[in-house]
Design a protein around this ligand. Sequence first.
Ligand SMILES: [Fe+2]
Length: 211
Amino acid sequence: MTNFYSLSFPVLPDNLNRQLLQYALDKKDTSGFDVININEVNQETLTFKDFHKETNTNITSYFIIPLSEELKKEIHSFLGDSLFPHSKIDYYLHYIVGDSKFVPHRDPGRTVCFLYNLTDDNADTIWFKSKNNDKKIMYLLNEIDQIESKKFEKHQWYLLNTDEIHAVFGINGPRIGLTCNLTTSFSNITTFESFVKQYDNLLVAENRNRT
Ligand SMILES: [Fe+2]
């Protein structure tokens, strides 16, 4: 089983791409948090601070930027509900700053998401398996084995498995994207596999037979 697929959703119109990017740049500083704060809710796990000390990288900042009702409406009306009930999704922006590594982790409370990058930063998103199959939030590199890696293209929709261990390496500029949490919007979507099974018509054809 792979951990990501390209989706057949259309590219957003140029003016909407530009508006979303500008919105992220304008609002970044009002709704961000430093990744270190994530530790406060996961005290039993390895901390981001430990990881950065070990790898000697800088600490990245990660911003979640809720969209204005107006922008949400524009996205919903462009995508429509014929392929997927987009109007039920609370789309938001994320903004990763810096020349850094986003440590191997599993997203707390988010098993599946869509991702649509608004920037082109050449970063690698990498998925891993835990060597001893333990389930926690953060991992050191010696606890995991790499299974696949992908550079996500700008303005292409993807489906990601954020319940499996993943990291973003080689972030060489601001990484800004439109994303969502399908786990909170759809109670019947409990795993990446169940989403793929239910909505396999959304996967682009050349992706459909990848396992
Ligand atoms: Fe993540």
